[in-house]
Design a protein around this ligand. Structure first.
Ligand SMILES: [Zn+2]
Length: 119
């Protein structure tokens, strides 16, 4: 599937591990601000087709997770997970053939209680 940021500078080709069955929201202190619905992609099933050198990286806390976004339009494209570094999470809203509204209610991950966030 094709995944693009809003301005079109960044383009990814991804293969979702179980289609949209893995779609989740997350209530950790970062994801609750970002507000995106995310789906799982195995590490070897994500390819940055355009502008890999332009992707911006944001890291915080334990710096295990790597959050990528377009520096021009600000849209989050994907991140390497903290909970499982063998997976990427990708922005379902940036998948070209998907309207996130069609997903209905999306389950929440318990990000706020992740062990790495505890003091
Ligand atoms: Zn962009």
């Amino acid at each position: 599937m094709r995944l693009t940021c809003h301005c079109g500078a960044i383009e990814l080709e991804v293969e979702l591990s179980e289609g949209l069955a893995t779609a989740r929201r997350c209530d950790c202190c970062y994801c609750r601000r970002r507000g995106a619905i995310m789906a799982t992609v195995p590490l070897d099933k994500l390819r940055v087709v355009r502008a890999a050198d332009r992707l911006s990286l944001y890291q915080w806390g334990s710096c295990t997770a790597k959050h990528y976004f377009c520096p021009t339009c600000g849209i989050y494209t994907h991140h390497r997970r903290r909970s499982d570094p063998n997976e990427y999470g990708v922005n379902v809203g940036a998948l070209e053939s998907v309207n996130p509204r069609d997903l209905g209610e999306v389950p929440w991950s318990d990000g706020v209680n992740h062990p790495s966030d505890r003091p």
